[in-house]
Design a protein around this ligand. Structure first.
Ligand code: GDP
Ligand code: CA
Length: 334
């Protein structure tokens, strides 16, 4: 019997792009020797100029594999945008999506493999053979399920749904979102190994990824939320909201769209407590500046601690991951 104080051997994290990827870097450093599985969000995926693009999977793969542009947080380092400029010169839309030349290599390989009949999970594994991210990267689903945002049509009062990428990249989330919908969710199944990775883990971690369009999307794949409710592993999360604001990006616009306040405590309440039977969290880390929220989160039945939660460098990120693992250990069912 492993003792409760043994270092976790199998860690499973649910991740979006930059917040998830950077946190997992700390997780790997905090738990040397552990087998880390990352369940990646594919709700941001999009067809662009005939190419299948999976922004969050690629951010995780490039970040952990050493190919990410640290400055932008997405796409490749030493990137050029010649193809994008050429397409724009032809007047071909969409011109707002940032496709880098190096990055296009990845999308070409992915698209060819998908067209040859390989599922996204197999394609991702093949791409990772080059990048060696040091984790098992599993798409949340092999089916096509893409996030759309319901906005007002510019002239008139009708509403229409646009792809998440158009809302996020083109409009910088400035168009009011009336609803955020994962189109195709009903027909999606968890990807191969996803449920097993959650139910067979020693610890499940929710990095500080976007609670709506990253973690929230993964939870919408039928069967994934259920496996989080079922797993014997403790489930702990890290707040992406610090001092009432997202650290990066426009998660506040996403939370507003689903009627959740942009605070660390409100996000915890939105995820809910596993002890209540319907939520997904046993533990939650908030930033030291949000220490006043700890009591409110604990009152929900979620163990809560405050820690510095800014991933400024690997050291601070590793400390965050260490704190998350310790919180999980203290809240594991003996
Ligand atoms: P995306 O898919 O690239 O948008 O990335 P994620 O969904 O994985 O992560 C985005 C979230 O990461 C945002 O809501 C940010 O608030 C959060 N985030 C980014 N950097 C930090 C950080 O240093 N600390 C914390 N606590 N959250 C962060
Ligand atoms: Ca994303």
């Amino acid at each position: 019997m492993p003792s409760t104080s043994a270092a976790p051997r199998r860690i499973t994290a649910l991740a979006g792009g930059i917040g998830g990827a950077r946190f997992v870097r700390g997780l790997i450093a905090a738990a040397p020797g552990a087998e880390v599985t990352v369940i990646g969000n594919t709700g941001d995926d999009i067809w662009i100029h005939g190419l299948r693009v999976c922004p969050d999977l690629d951010t995780v793969m490039y970040t952990l594999g050493g190919g990410i542009s640290e400055e932008r947080g997405w796409g490749r380092e030493d990137e050029t945008f010649t193809v994008k400029d050429e397409l724009a010169a032809y007047g071909v839309e969409p011109a707002w999506f940032g496709l880098g030349d190096r990055d296009i290599g990845t999308h070409l390989v992915r698209t060819q493999m998908l067209n040859a009949g390989y599922p996204l999970s197999a394609v991702t594994q093949a791409l990772c053979a080059r990048w060696q991210p040091g984790v098992r990267l599993l798409p949340m689903t092999d089916e096509r399920a893409e996030t759309h945002v319901v906005v007002n049509v510019r002239d008139g009062d009708g509403r229409r749904a646009i792809h998440f990428q158009e809302w996020w990249v083109r409009y910088q989330a400035r168009l009011e979102a009336h609803a955020i919908v994962l189109v195709g969710a009903d027909d999606a199944k968890p990807g191969p190994g996803v449920v097993e990775a959650i139910e067979g883990a020693d610890v499940v971690v929710l990095p500080p990824s976007n609670p709506v369009v990253s973690i929230g999307t993964i939870l919408q794949v039928p069967g994934i939320r259920e496996s989080l409710l079922r797993t014997p592993a403790p489930v702990v999360g890290v707040s992406p909201i610090v001092g009432g604001r997202p650290v990066r990006g426009m998660a506040d616009a996403c939370l507003t769209a689903i009627g959740v306040q942009t605070t660390a405590a409100a996000v915890a309440a939105h995820y809910g407590s596993r002890s209540s039977g319907s939520g997904i969290l046993d533990g939650w880390l908030v930033d030291t500046s949000d220490r006043d929220a700890v009591a409110a989160v604990e009152a929900l039945g979620i163990a809560c601690e405050s820690r510095p939660l800014l991933m400024s460098d690997l050291l601070s990120t590793t400390a965050m991951a260490t704190a998350a693992l310790a919180l999980a250990e203290h809240n594991a069912v003996p």
